[in-house]
Design a protein around this ligand. Structure first.
Ligand code: 13P
Length: 337
């Protein structure tokens, strides 16, 4: 498959059931993950962990792209091979998180706006020269009785559109991530309403900014009950309401939608994706861009010990394969073994 245009790059990443491994945890977030297994978050440990993931056999054919944090894009494996080269050898494209995190929103300080537009063009030029083929920018929308505010949705979606335009001008595919958080005790209907409004505003802004939709990937949340809600929606309800929300708000010429896992268990994230693809009836590829739902079993198996590397790699390979089945609507719980 030639990978010369933005469209070809975006299509490749989600081709044949492939999805994305999100390994772009900032150093503080990586520190939290390592704390959970009692490993110190040093530059070397972060490198060793990610090298282990990228060398897993199950990367091949199941993972079309890997999102990296700035530090990782510049690191080399223990034998001196740049990590970017390892990723490419596995048939995946390197991507890079380019936003600079969240700050409180002036008009509503309990909400956030994603920063990072300053100097973005220069950063993109460097990332392109280091081999990045796609980028990620994450906007966060919180739900409570009184939020999200219209200002929060608007300001964040405008920033996402501006980001996407700058990235395309630098010949990389922008992944736009408007994450409506699961945190809270809200119903699935409320998540649906906020997710629809967010996506509608996003595509409005992308259109106004002149972003090429065919060279863009959407990384949304699924429509779920709040994580603290007493009544949790079923797998089938999540799948149906997510597909409905996407069909109503996402243009059909977008090549791929790759969900974040957002705190769902690894099995639920797979089961939801599979249920959506079994429903079908949409033009975009529906796949995964999971961080925790792909890495958690591998992290738990690894525990920072060399003797656990084979088991940890098997754990990542298994989840990558299960999610590939789910991206084709061919998964069943029997395959989990
Ligand atoms: P999770 O799948 O753990 O939500 O991470 C994906 C991601 O990249 C969030 O920005």
């Amino acid at each position: 498959m030639p990978l010369n245009t933005l469209e070809e790059i975006a299509e490749y990443i989600v081709s044949d059931g492939k999805g994305i491994l999100a390994a772009d945890e900032s150093n503080p977030t990586c520190g939290k993950r390592f704390d959970s297994i009692g490993v110190e978050s040093t530059e070397t440990n972060r490198r060793d962990y990610r090298e282990m993931l990228f060398r897993s056999r199950g990367m091949k054919d199941n993972i079309g792209g890997v999102i990296l944090f700035d530090e990782t894009l510049r690191q080399s494996a223990q034998d001196g091979t740049p990590l970017v080269e390892l990723i490419k050898t596995q048939g995946a494209l390197p991507g890079i998180k380019v936003d600079k995190g969240l700050i409180p929103l002036d008009s509503s300080p309990e909400e956030t706006i994603t920063q990072g537009l300053n100097g973005l063009d220069e950063r993109c030029k460097e990332y392109f020269s280091l081999g990045a083929k796609f980028t990620k920018w994450r906007a966060v929308i919180k739900i409570s009785d009184s939020i999200p505010s219209d200002e929060c949705i608007k300001a964040n979606m405008q920033a996402l559109a501006r980001y996407a335009k700058i990235v395309q001008e630098n010949n990389m595919v922008p992944m736009v991530e408007p994450e409506v958080l699961m945190d809270g005790n809200h119903s699935i209907e409320r998540c649906y309403e906020v997710s629809c409004k967010t996506l509608q505003t996003l595509f409005d802004c992308l259109h106004k900014e002149g972003v090429d939709i065919k060279g863009t990937i959407l990384k949304p949340n699924m429509v779920t009950s709040g994580s603290l809600a007493e009544n949790q929606a079923s797998i089938q309800d999540v799948a149906e309401m997510t597909v409905k929300c996407l069909k109503e708000n996402v243009p059909s010429d977008l090549p791929g939608i790759t969900f974040l896992s957002g705190g769902q268990s690894d099995i639920n994230a797979t089961a939801h994706l599979d249920a959506m693809n079994k429903i079908g009836g949409f033009s975009w590829k529906l796949s995964f861009s999971y961080g925790r739902a792909l890495q958690q079993p591998a992290l738990k198996a690894w525990l920072g010990k060399k003797e656990n590397i084979t088991d940890a790699q098997a754990a990542l390979s298994h989840r990558a394969l299960m999610n590939k089945f789910a991206a084709k609507g061919e998964w069943s719980s029997d395959l989990e073994g």
